[in-house]
Design a protein around this ligand. Structure first.
Ligand SMILES: *Cc1c(COP(=O)(O)O)cnc(C)c1O
Length: 425
Protein backbone atom coordinates (compact mmCIF):
# COMPACT_ATOMS: atom_id res chain seq x y z
CA UNK A 1 0.00 0.00 0.00
CA UNK A 2 1.22 3.49 -0.73
CA UNK A 3 2.59 5.03 2.44
CA UNK A 4 0.63 8.25 2.04
CA UNK A 5 -2.66 6.30 1.97
CA UNK A 6 -1.82 3.84 4.74
CA UNK A 7 -3.26 5.95 7.56
CA UNK A 8 -6.50 5.98 5.62
CA UNK A 9 -6.97 2.23 5.59
CA UNK A 10 -5.80 1.21 9.04
CA UNK A 11 -8.45 -0.15 11.42
CA UNK A 12 -8.89 1.79 14.65
CA UNK A 13 -7.47 -0.98 16.85
CA UNK A 14 -4.22 -0.68 14.93
CA UNK A 15 -4.17 3.07 14.37
CA UNK A 16 -5.15 4.06 17.91
CA UNK A 17 -5.19 1.13 20.33
CA UNK A 18 -5.71 3.34 23.39
CA UNK A 19 -8.93 4.82 22.03
CA UNK A 20 -10.06 1.46 20.62
CA UNK A 21 -9.76 -0.06 24.11
CA UNK A 22 -11.99 2.64 25.63
CA UNK A 23 -14.64 2.12 22.95
CA UNK A 24 -14.56 -1.61 23.31
CA UNK A 25 -14.85 -1.34 27.10
CA UNK A 26 -17.98 0.77 26.79
CA UNK A 27 -19.47 -1.72 24.32
CA UNK A 28 -18.90 -4.52 26.84
CA UNK A 29 -20.42 -2.41 29.59
CA UNK A 30 -23.52 -1.76 27.49
CA UNK A 31 -23.91 -5.43 26.60
CA UNK A 32 -23.67 -6.59 30.21
CA UNK A 33 -25.66 -3.89 32.04
CA UNK A 34 -29.37 -3.24 32.15
CA UNK A 35 -29.85 0.45 31.39
CA UNK A 36 -32.74 2.22 33.05
CA UNK A 37 -31.35 5.70 32.39
CA UNK A 38 -34.48 7.44 31.08
CA UNK A 39 -32.96 9.26 28.07
CA UNK A 40 -30.97 6.18 27.05
CA UNK A 41 -31.97 4.21 23.98
CA UNK A 42 -30.48 2.08 21.18
CA UNK A 43 -30.90 2.72 17.47
CA UNK A 44 -31.91 -0.15 15.22
CA UNK A 45 -29.32 -1.57 12.87
CA UNK A 46 -30.94 0.27 9.95
CA UNK A 47 -30.83 3.65 11.70
CA UNK A 48 -27.20 3.06 12.65
CA UNK A 49 -26.42 2.13 9.07
CA UNK A 50 -27.89 5.42 7.82
CA UNK A 51 -25.77 7.27 10.38
CA UNK A 52 -22.56 5.47 9.47
CA UNK A 53 -23.08 6.14 5.73
CA UNK A 54 -20.79 8.18 3.50
CA UNK A 55 -23.43 10.91 3.44
CA UNK A 56 -21.48 12.31 6.38
CA UNK A 57 -18.88 13.63 3.93
CA UNK A 58 -21.34 15.71 1.90
CA UNK A 59 -21.16 19.36 2.88
CA UNK A 60 -24.44 21.24 2.85
CA UNK A 61 -25.62 24.57 4.17
CA UNK A 62 -29.12 26.04 4.00
CA UNK A 63 -32.26 24.04 3.20
CA UNK A 64 -33.30 21.62 0.43
CA UNK A 65 -33.48 23.49 -2.88
CA UNK A 66 -31.63 26.48 -1.35
CA UNK A 67 -28.10 25.25 -0.68
CA UNK A 68 -24.78 26.97 -0.99
CA UNK A 69 -22.66 24.12 -2.39
CA UNK A 70 -22.78 21.79 -5.38
CA UNK A 71 -23.37 18.04 -5.18
CA UNK A 72 -26.24 18.22 -2.71
CA UNK A 73 -29.24 16.74 -4.55
CA UNK A 74 -29.10 13.43 -2.67
CA UNK A 75 -28.89 15.14 0.70
CA UNK A 76 -31.80 17.34 -0.38
CA UNK A 77 -33.85 14.20 -1.01
CA UNK A 78 -32.81 12.77 2.38
CA UNK A 79 -33.70 15.94 4.26
CA UNK A 80 -37.07 16.20 2.47
CA UNK A 81 -37.84 12.62 3.51
CA UNK A 82 -36.99 13.42 7.12
CA UNK A 83 -39.16 16.58 7.05
CA UNK A 84 -42.18 14.89 5.46
CA UNK A 85 -41.97 11.94 7.87
CA UNK A 86 -41.65 14.22 10.91
CA UNK A 87 -44.74 16.15 9.81
CA UNK A 88 -46.69 12.94 9.28
CA UNK A 89 -45.54 11.51 12.59
CA UNK A 90 -46.82 14.46 14.67
CA UNK A 91 -49.43 16.01 12.38
CA UNK A 92 -47.28 19.15 12.12
CA UNK A 93 -47.52 21.94 9.55
CA UNK A 94 -43.76 22.48 9.43
CA UNK A 95 -40.66 20.62 10.60
CA UNK A 96 -36.99 21.56 10.91
CA UNK A 97 -34.76 18.49 11.24
CA UNK A 98 -31.42 20.31 11.51
CA UNK A 99 -30.94 21.11 15.24
CA UNK A 100 -27.83 19.34 16.51
CA UNK A 101 -29.46 18.66 19.89
CA UNK A 102 -32.54 19.18 22.01
CA UNK A 103 -31.01 22.20 23.71
CA UNK A 104 -30.25 23.80 20.35
CA UNK A 105 -33.81 23.15 19.19
CA UNK A 106 -35.03 25.11 22.23
CA UNK A 107 -32.43 27.82 21.72
CA UNK A 108 -33.64 28.25 18.13
CA UNK A 109 -37.22 28.71 19.38
CA UNK A 110 -36.03 31.41 21.79
CA UNK A 111 -34.03 33.08 19.01
CA UNK A 112 -36.96 32.93 16.57
CA UNK A 113 -39.60 34.38 18.90
CA UNK A 114 -37.98 36.49 21.59
CA UNK A 115 -35.72 39.47 22.19
CA UNK A 116 -33.28 39.36 25.13
CA UNK A 117 -35.08 40.52 28.28
CA UNK A 118 -38.44 39.02 27.25
CA UNK A 119 -40.34 36.92 29.78
CA UNK A 120 -40.79 33.16 29.53
CA UNK A 121 -42.98 31.02 31.80
CA UNK A 122 -41.65 27.47 32.24
CA UNK A 123 -41.54 24.64 34.77
CA UNK A 124 -38.79 24.98 37.36
CA UNK A 125 -35.89 22.57 37.23
CA UNK A 126 -36.60 20.97 40.61
CA UNK A 127 -40.15 20.11 39.49
CA UNK A 128 -38.85 18.36 36.38
CA UNK A 129 -38.14 21.20 33.92
CA UNK A 130 -35.04 21.39 31.74
CA UNK A 131 -31.88 23.53 31.84
CA UNK A 132 -32.65 24.96 28.40
CA UNK A 133 -36.03 26.30 29.60
CA UNK A 134 -34.53 29.29 31.40
CA UNK A 135 -32.26 27.87 34.07
CA UNK A 136 -30.01 30.62 35.43
CA UNK A 137 -26.70 29.13 34.27
CA UNK A 138 -28.03 28.39 30.77
CA UNK A 139 -28.06 31.01 27.99
CA UNK A 140 -31.89 30.88 28.10
CA UNK A 141 -31.84 32.00 31.73
CA UNK A 142 -29.00 34.48 31.36
CA UNK A 143 -30.52 36.45 28.47
CA UNK A 144 -34.23 36.09 29.17
CA UNK A 145 -36.43 36.58 32.20
CA UNK A 146 -37.75 33.26 33.50
CA UNK A 147 -40.85 32.90 35.65
CA UNK A 148 -41.45 29.36 36.91
CA UNK A 149 -44.46 27.31 37.79
CA UNK A 150 -44.04 24.04 39.65
CA UNK A 151 -45.94 21.04 40.86
CA UNK A 152 -48.46 20.47 43.63
CA UNK A 153 -47.36 18.47 46.73
CA UNK A 154 -48.64 15.27 45.08
CA UNK A 155 -46.44 15.89 42.05
CA UNK A 156 -48.89 17.12 39.38
CA UNK A 157 -48.42 20.35 37.37
CA UNK A 158 -49.86 23.29 39.27
CA UNK A 159 -52.03 24.77 36.48
CA UNK A 160 -53.63 27.31 38.82
CA UNK A 161 -50.25 28.86 39.58
CA UNK A 162 -49.37 28.70 35.87
CA UNK A 163 -52.50 30.70 35.08
CA UNK A 164 -51.93 33.20 37.88
CA UNK A 165 -48.30 33.79 36.84
CA UNK A 166 -49.29 34.12 33.18
CA UNK A 167 -51.83 36.83 34.06
CA UNK A 168 -49.39 38.64 36.30
CA UNK A 169 -46.27 38.54 34.08
CA UNK A 170 -47.77 38.21 30.57
CA UNK A 171 -44.94 36.03 29.19
CA UNK A 172 -44.25 35.95 25.46
CA UNK A 173 -43.65 32.19 25.60
CA UNK A 174 -45.05 29.42 27.82
CA UNK A 175 -43.10 26.14 27.91
CA UNK A 176 -44.40 22.77 29.08
CA UNK A 177 -42.58 19.46 29.13
CA UNK A 178 -39.45 18.48 30.97
CA UNK A 179 -37.11 15.73 31.95
CA UNK A 180 -38.73 14.17 34.97
CA UNK A 181 -42.44 14.96 34.92
CA UNK A 182 -44.10 11.53 34.72
CA UNK A 183 -47.66 12.49 33.81
CA UNK A 184 -49.68 13.49 30.75
CA UNK A 185 -49.74 17.25 30.19
CA UNK A 186 -53.11 18.93 29.74
CA UNK A 187 -52.29 20.68 26.44
CA UNK A 188 -55.79 22.19 25.90
CA UNK A 189 -55.58 23.80 29.35
CA UNK A 190 -52.13 25.29 28.65
CA UNK A 191 -53.34 26.58 25.30
CA UNK A 192 -56.29 28.30 26.97
CA UNK A 193 -54.04 30.00 29.56
CA UNK A 194 -51.67 31.16 26.80
CA UNK A 195 -54.47 32.49 24.58
CA UNK A 196 -55.72 34.66 27.42
CA UNK A 197 -52.38 36.49 27.67
CA UNK A 198 -51.31 36.25 24.02
CA UNK A 199 -48.34 33.93 24.65
CA UNK A 200 -46.88 31.47 22.17
CA UNK A 201 -46.80 27.87 23.46
CA UNK A 202 -43.97 25.36 23.24
CA UNK A 203 -44.14 21.70 24.30
CA UNK A 204 -40.72 20.09 24.76
CA UNK A 205 -41.66 16.41 24.44
CA UNK A 206 -38.12 14.96 24.43
CA UNK A 207 -38.89 12.21 26.91
CA UNK A 208 -42.10 10.91 25.39
CA UNK A 209 -42.01 11.81 21.68
CA UNK A 210 -42.09 8.13 20.71
CA UNK A 211 -45.26 7.63 22.72
CA UNK A 212 -46.83 10.64 20.95
CA UNK A 213 -45.85 9.26 17.52
CA UNK A 214 -47.53 5.99 18.52
CA UNK A 215 -50.59 7.82 19.96
CA UNK A 216 -49.89 6.48 23.45
CA UNK A 217 -49.60 9.99 24.95
CA UNK A 218 -51.88 12.99 24.21
CA UNK A 219 -50.88 14.87 21.07
CA UNK A 220 -49.57 18.42 21.60
CA UNK A 221 -50.98 19.42 18.18
CA UNK A 222 -53.33 21.15 17.46
CA UNK A 223 -53.17 22.77 20.93
CA UNK A 224 -49.52 23.87 21.07
CA UNK A 225 -47.92 26.28 18.59
CA UNK A 226 -44.50 24.62 18.66
CA UNK A 227 -43.06 21.27 19.63
CA UNK A 228 -39.40 20.44 20.20
CA UNK A 229 -37.86 17.06 20.91
CA UNK A 230 -34.59 15.22 21.03
CA UNK A 231 -34.57 12.36 18.54
CA UNK A 232 -32.36 10.02 20.56
CA UNK A 233 -34.46 9.36 23.64
CA UNK A 234 -37.85 7.65 23.48
CA UNK A 235 -37.97 8.20 19.69
CA UNK A 236 -35.11 5.68 19.27
CA UNK A 237 -33.12 7.71 16.73
CA UNK A 238 -29.73 9.42 16.47
CA UNK A 239 -28.56 12.07 18.91
CA UNK A 240 -30.16 15.30 17.72
CA UNK A 241 -33.09 17.72 17.85
CA UNK A 242 -36.30 18.42 15.93
CA UNK A 243 -38.58 21.48 15.88
CA UNK A 244 -42.15 21.34 14.62
CA UNK A 245 -44.89 23.91 14.40
CA UNK A 246 -48.60 23.54 14.02
CA UNK A 247 -48.85 26.22 11.32
CA UNK A 248 -46.45 26.67 8.45
CA UNK A 249 -46.46 30.38 9.39
CA UNK A 250 -43.93 29.77 12.19
CA UNK A 251 -41.77 27.76 9.81
CA UNK A 252 -39.89 30.60 8.18
CA UNK A 253 -38.90 32.14 11.50
CA UNK A 254 -37.80 28.77 12.89
CA UNK A 255 -35.80 27.91 9.78
CA UNK A 256 -33.84 31.14 9.82
CA UNK A 257 -33.30 30.88 13.58
CA UNK A 258 -31.66 27.44 13.12
CA UNK A 259 -29.65 28.49 10.05
CA UNK A 260 -28.02 30.98 9.89
CA UNK A 261 -29.24 31.99 13.39
CA UNK A 262 -27.51 29.54 15.69
CA UNK A 263 -25.98 26.83 13.48
CA UNK A 264 -23.90 26.50 10.34
CA UNK A 265 -24.05 23.36 8.25
CA UNK A 266 -26.29 20.55 9.48
CA UNK A 267 -25.10 16.96 10.00
CA UNK A 268 -26.25 15.09 6.88
CA UNK A 269 -25.52 11.65 8.36
CA UNK A 270 -27.66 12.46 11.40
CA UNK A 271 -30.44 13.79 9.18
CA UNK A 272 -30.32 10.49 7.24
CA UNK A 273 -30.59 8.60 10.52
CA UNK A 274 -33.48 10.86 11.60
CA UNK A 275 -35.27 10.02 8.33
CA UNK A 276 -34.76 6.31 9.02
CA UNK A 277 -35.92 6.72 12.64
CA UNK A 278 -39.07 8.68 11.65
CA UNK A 279 -39.78 6.04 8.99
CA UNK A 280 -39.67 3.39 11.73
CA UNK A 281 -41.89 5.49 13.98
CA UNK A 282 -44.59 5.53 11.28
CA UNK A 283 -44.76 1.72 11.16
CA UNK A 284 -47.10 -0.49 13.23
CA UNK A 285 -44.10 -2.20 14.87
CA UNK A 286 -43.24 1.08 16.51
CA UNK A 287 -46.70 1.27 18.09
CA UNK A 288 -46.06 -2.15 19.59
CA UNK A 289 -42.68 -0.88 20.86
CA UNK A 290 -44.16 2.28 22.39
CA UNK A 291 -46.91 0.29 24.13
CA UNK A 292 -44.29 -2.03 25.57
CA UNK A 293 -42.19 0.93 26.82
CA UNK A 294 -45.21 2.35 28.64
CA UNK A 295 -46.35 -0.98 29.94
CA UNK A 296 -42.83 -1.76 31.27
CA UNK A 297 -42.68 1.64 33.02
CA UNK A 298 -46.05 0.97 34.67
CA UNK A 299 -45.06 -2.58 35.64
CA UNK A 300 -41.83 -1.27 37.16
CA UNK A 301 -43.81 1.35 39.10
CA UNK A 302 -46.42 -1.10 40.36
CA UNK A 303 -43.79 -3.73 41.20
CA UNK A 304 -41.86 -1.24 43.31
CA UNK A 305 -45.05 0.10 44.84
CA UNK A 306 -46.01 -3.47 45.84
CA UNK A 307 -42.69 -3.65 47.70
CA UNK A 308 -43.62 -0.52 49.64
CA UNK A 309 -41.79 2.11 47.59
CA UNK A 310 -43.35 5.51 47.09
CA UNK A 311 -43.92 6.32 43.41
CA UNK A 312 -44.17 10.04 42.59
CA UNK A 313 -47.79 10.77 41.48
CA UNK A 314 -48.60 7.10 42.16
CA UNK A 315 -47.83 5.96 38.62
CA UNK A 316 -46.76 7.12 35.18
CA UNK A 317 -48.01 8.11 31.70
CA UNK A 318 -44.46 8.34 30.33
CA UNK A 319 -41.51 6.02 29.59
CA UNK A 320 -40.16 6.51 33.11
CA UNK A 321 -41.15 6.29 36.72
CA UNK A 322 -39.92 8.38 39.64
CA UNK A 323 -39.23 6.68 42.96
CA UNK A 324 -39.18 8.68 46.19
CA UNK A 325 -36.64 7.06 48.54
CA UNK A 326 -37.34 9.17 51.62
CA UNK A 327 -39.62 6.49 53.05
CA UNK A 328 -36.54 4.21 53.01
CA UNK A 329 -34.31 6.84 54.59
CA UNK A 330 -31.96 6.78 51.57
CA UNK A 331 -30.72 9.34 49.07
CA UNK A 332 -30.82 8.95 45.29
CA UNK A 333 -27.05 9.15 45.21
CA UNK A 334 -26.34 6.05 47.32
CA UNK A 335 -29.14 4.06 45.70
CA UNK A 336 -27.83 4.88 42.22
CA UNK A 337 -24.34 3.71 43.19
CA UNK A 338 -25.57 0.47 44.77
CA UNK A 339 -27.68 -0.37 41.71
CA UNK A 340 -24.81 0.40 39.35
CA UNK A 341 -22.56 -1.93 41.34
CA UNK A 342 -25.09 -4.67 40.55
CA UNK A 343 -25.27 -3.84 36.83
CA UNK A 344 -28.41 -1.69 36.75
CA UNK A 345 -27.90 1.93 35.69
CA UNK A 346 -30.39 4.60 36.82
CA UNK A 347 -30.05 8.25 37.75
CA UNK A 348 -30.64 10.16 40.95
CA UNK A 349 -33.31 12.78 40.57
CA UNK A 350 -35.04 15.44 42.64
CA UNK A 351 -38.55 14.54 43.79
CA UNK A 352 -41.35 16.93 44.95
CA UNK A 353 -40.31 19.03 47.98
CA UNK A 354 -36.84 17.50 47.91
CA UNK A 355 -34.52 18.97 50.55
CA UNK A 356 -31.37 17.32 49.23
CA UNK A 357 -29.10 19.16 46.76
CA UNK A 358 -29.33 18.15 43.05
CA UNK A 359 -26.17 16.04 43.21
CA UNK A 360 -27.60 13.99 46.12
CA UNK A 361 -31.43 14.04 45.74
CA UNK A 362 -34.05 11.83 47.37
CA UNK A 363 -35.21 10.02 44.27
CA UNK A 364 -34.38 7.80 41.35
CA UNK A 365 -35.65 8.11 37.79
CA UNK A 366 -35.98 4.86 35.85
CA UNK A 367 -36.85 4.70 32.16
CA UNK A 368 -37.78 1.74 30.01
CA UNK A 369 -37.13 2.93 26.41
CA UNK A 370 -33.80 1.08 26.24
CA UNK A 371 -34.87 -2.23 27.79
CA UNK A 372 -37.92 -2.31 25.51
CA UNK A 373 -35.67 -1.67 22.47
CA UNK A 374 -33.66 -4.72 23.55
CA UNK A 375 -36.89 -6.72 23.48
CA UNK A 376 -37.76 -6.81 27.17
CA UNK A 377 -41.42 -6.74 28.22
CA UNK A 378 -43.56 -6.91 31.37
CA UNK A 379 -42.07 -10.12 32.84
CA UNK A 380 -38.58 -8.58 32.70
CA UNK A 381 -39.84 -5.26 34.11
CA UNK A 382 -41.34 -7.21 37.02
CA UNK A 383 -38.09 -9.02 37.57
CA UNK A 384 -36.22 -5.71 37.52
CA UNK A 385 -38.61 -4.25 40.12
CA UNK A 386 -37.77 -7.20 42.36
CA UNK A 387 -34.02 -6.87 41.75
CA UNK A 388 -34.08 -3.12 42.44
CA UNK A 389 -36.17 -3.57 45.59
CA UNK A 390 -33.77 -6.26 46.82
CA UNK A 391 -30.69 -4.05 46.29
CA UNK A 392 -32.29 -1.02 47.92
CA UNK A 393 -33.77 -2.94 50.85
CA UNK A 394 -30.38 -4.48 51.52
CA UNK A 395 -28.85 -1.01 51.43
CA UNK A 396 -31.51 0.42 53.75
CA UNK A 397 -30.97 -2.41 56.24
CA UNK A 398 -27.21 -1.94 56.17
CA UNK A 399 -26.38 1.58 55.07
CA UNK A 400 -22.68 1.12 55.85
CA UNK A 401 -22.30 -1.75 53.37
CA UNK A 402 -23.75 0.12 50.42
CA UNK A 403 -21.26 -0.92 47.84
CA UNK A 404 -20.76 -4.50 48.90
CA UNK A 405 -22.00 -6.53 45.95
CA UNK A 406 -24.44 -9.38 46.34
CA UNK A 407 -23.08 -11.73 43.68
CA UNK A 408 -26.37 -13.55 43.25
CA UNK A 409 -28.16 -10.33 42.35
CA UNK A 410 -25.35 -9.21 40.04
CA UNK A 411 -25.47 -12.61 38.32
CA UNK A 412 -29.22 -12.30 37.85
CA UNK A 413 -28.79 -8.90 36.16
CA UNK A 414 -26.08 -10.24 33.85
CA UNK A 415 -28.25 -13.21 32.87
CA UNK A 416 -31.11 -10.88 32.07
CA UNK A 417 -28.86 -8.65 29.93
CA UNK A 418 -27.44 -11.65 28.09
CA UNK A 419 -30.89 -12.99 27.30
CA UNK A 420 -31.49 -9.80 25.25
CA UNK A 421 -28.23 -9.27 23.37
CA UNK A 422 -27.41 -5.96 21.74
CA UNK A 423 -26.57 -6.20 18.04
CA UNK A 424 -25.81 -9.93 18.24
CA UNK A 425 -22.77 -10.70 16.13
C1 LIG B 1 -32.71 15.84 27.06
C2 LIG B 1 -33.58 17.03 27.00
C3 LIG B 1 -33.20 18.19 26.30
C4 LIG B 1 -31.81 18.42 25.79
O1 LIG B 1 -31.35 17.61 24.88
P1 LIG B 1 -29.78 17.60 24.50
O2 LIG B 1 -29.86 16.87 23.20
O3 LIG B 1 -29.10 16.89 25.59
O4 LIG B 1 -29.35 19.00 24.34
C5 LIG B 1 -34.08 19.24 26.21
N1 LIG B 1 -35.28 19.16 26.80
C6 LIG B 1 -35.68 18.09 27.50
C7 LIG B 1 -37.02 18.09 28.14
C8 LIG B 1 -34.84 16.98 27.63
O5 LIG B 1 -35.23 15.95 28.35
Amino acid sequence: MEAKRRFFEEPLAQADPELARCISADESRQRSQVELIAPKNYMSKAVREAMASMVVFTTVEGYPGKRYHAGVENVDAIERLAIERAKAMFGAGHANVQPHSGSQANQAVYFALLTPGDTVLSMDLSSGGHLSHGFKSNLSGRWFKTISYGITPDGFIDYDTMEQLAREHRPKLIIVGGSSYPRAIDFPKVSKIAAEVGAVTLADVSHFSGLIAAKEYPSPFPHMDLVTTTTNKNLRGPRGGLIMSRDAAFGKKIDSAVFPGIQGGPLPDVIAAKAACFGEALKPEFTEYARRVLSCARTLASGLSARGFKIVTGGTDTPFTMVDLRTRGLTGDVAQKALEAHGVTTNRNLVPQDREPPNVTSGLRMGTSAIAARGMADPEASELAEIIANVIDRLAANPGQGLEIDVNIAERVLTLAERFPLYPT
